[in-house]
Ligand binder design. Sequence first.
Ligand SMILES: Cc1cc2nc3c(=O)[nH]c(=O)nc-3n(C[C@H](O)[C@H](O)[C@H](O)COP(=O)(O)O)c2cc1C
Length: 201
Amino acid sequence: MAGKILVLFAHPLLERSRANKALISAYQQHGACTFHDLYEEYPLFDVDIEREQQLLLEHDIIIWHHPLYWYSCPPLLKQWIDMVLTVGWAYGPGGTALRGKKLIQVITSGGSEAVYQHDGSNRYTIQEFLRPFEQTARLCKMQYLPPFVVHGTHRLDEATLLVFRVALGELLDSLHSDDHSATDWAQYPTIHHFLATRAAL
Ligand SMILES: Cc1cc2nc3c(=O)[nH]c(=O)nc-3n(C[C@H](O)[C@H](O)[C@H](O)COP(=O)(O)O)c2cc1C
């Protein structure tokens, strides 16, 4: 069954963005994606809970797309999580609205892949920093897929950003067509480790 994809995008400084601006064009070119720019929708952080829950119900695959800010997400996405994932709806007794949906994070980081190693300056891997998000998804009975991570954004030239944008498009195709790669992906630390086995990343 073809899945509908909801992209919850959180970037407070999109006008100054290079990496994310390049990546999000993949969504705009993809027919199965609803692109939802949270800072555009809620500049005052007044998240419309009913509207957001309705959007979640209408989609099968949820993407949290954001730059890494202080090893986490920008504050509006945290506000969205705090407001929208309510007890009795998303988790807890009777909280089954999101059961079986897939959740994936698309992340950009200033730090290189090398610094996100146990012997690197950040001491932990990206997957370790993302554990609160992973467990949030699991508590809500969603299937948490390995993240799509673009590291070292400051040093990426336009050609490399284009390669990542194309890879993101490929990921969207896989998610949309539900070609069972979700099971294959689970064994990779990030989605682009998986994509690298199939394409020239
Ligand atoms: C407030 C702030 C906090 C940041 N925190 C981190 C961080 O914890 N780790 C990291 O690798 N990069 C960090 N960065 C760098 C951003 O992740 C990077 O600039 C962004 O991913 C680049 O994407 P863009 O060109 O779309 O803005 C931070 C940047 C800002 C502005």
